[in-house]
Structures are given as C-alpha cells and as structure tokens.
Write a protein that binds this ligand. Structure first.
Ligand code: FE2
Length: 192
C-alpha cells in the first residue's frame, strides 16, 4: 500500500473510507466533496511540503495514498502559473477534486457529436474555484479542462479517484472546432 504520512492524513482517509462504504457513486462523491471542503476549511490536514513545489514543464501529479482494499487513489496536483490540461476524460471513473491552495479555472464540456476519433464538444460552464471548494465528476459527464489562471501564484488541488487513474483520453484541437482523441498514459511525480 502506498501511504505518505502527514498531519491529519488519518482524518482524511477515514472520511474517504466512510464515503466509499456508502456504495453508491452519487452518495459517495457527495460525501467526499462535502468532507473535503470541511477538511480544507478547518485546516485539520497539512499536506506534505512537496505538493507545494511546482514542476517547470508540466503540472505535477503526486500520489499520496492508494487504498488496496477499497481501490481509491488520492493524488495532489500542483499547478504552476498558467499550467493546465487539454479537454480530457477520467476513463469512466468518478472523481472528486478540491482546491487546497490558490485558484483553479474549471470548464465543463458536454459531448455533442462523435465521428470515430473525432469529437465535438460544447463548453457548458466555467467556474473559478477557490480554496475550500470541491466538485465531483461522475461519468459520462466527465469532460473538462483545469487551468491555473494566475500569472504568479501556484495552485494545489487534491483529487480522489475511484481507482488509480493511469491513462485517459486527451482531446487536441482539430479543424472546424472538432477535437481529436489521443490516449495518454498519466505519469506520477515523486512524492516525498
Ligand atoms: Fe480531470
């Protein structure tokens, strides 16, 4: 089992264990979202110092915990100024994402048409998420982008996935507003 110790980690994991035991994706993600907001705001969890260190050429993904028994994975992401993702999915896994530090701009997309590996998306909402806010993604409503809009501040978010997300689809802009799907393996940065 991968487990990094940090102050309050047992409270965070107990909250997730309890939520996953509800056994229903909607109830589980609701409980994690509310629990995560509470833990961020009451400052009872201190994430390891490494998660506040951005990586120069990509947003950092550091896995803090993977539960062998229940399968879920906890990943901290570090977004340098302007770093972000293309439109992507989560391979059909539910996920809850909470903002720990800084601000993130999240845009949600709905799939309108598909032609083989070509996809037509419509942006259906953008919000600027600040510290202590969290959102959940339940497939098939899973297409989105995340970006740190700040010119100088680092942002940190915590992501709880149903299972470790090791690959996903990224969608690159193509002609006429369409996007082309590319399968992408997701790497992890060292957490220490
Ligand atoms: Fe995502």
């Amino acid at each position: 089992m991968l487990a990094l110790q940090f102050p309050g980690s047992e409270r965070l994991l107990a909250m997730i264990d309890e939520a996953v035991a509800l056994g229903c994706e909607r109830a589980t993600t609701d409980a994690i979202r509310n629990g995560l907001c509470r833990l961020i705001r009451d400052k009872s969890v201190t994430l390891p110092a490494c998660v506040f260190e951005p990586v120069q050429d990509h947003y950092a993904r550091r896995e803090l915990y993977r539960c062998e028994e229940l399968g879920y994975s906890v990943v901290a992401m570090t977004w340098g100024p302007g770093q972000g993702t293309p439109i992507h999915d989560h391979s059909g896994l539910w996920c809850v994402e909470g903002v720990w530090d800084g601000q993130l701009e999240i845009t949600q997309y709905e799939l309108r048409k598909q032609d083989g590996e070509r996809f037509l998306f419509e942006p259906v909402g953008t919000h600027l998420a600040g510290v202590g806010s969290a959102g959940s993604l339940i497939p098939p409503h899973e297409y989105h982008t995340i970006r740190n809009p700040s010119a100088d501040a680092v942002a940190v978010s915590l992501h709880i996935y149903k299972q470790a997300l090791t690959c996903c689809s990224m969608f690159q802009p193509a002609a006429d507003g369409w996007h082309e799907r590319q399968a992408r393996a997701l790497g992890l940065d060292e957490a220490a």
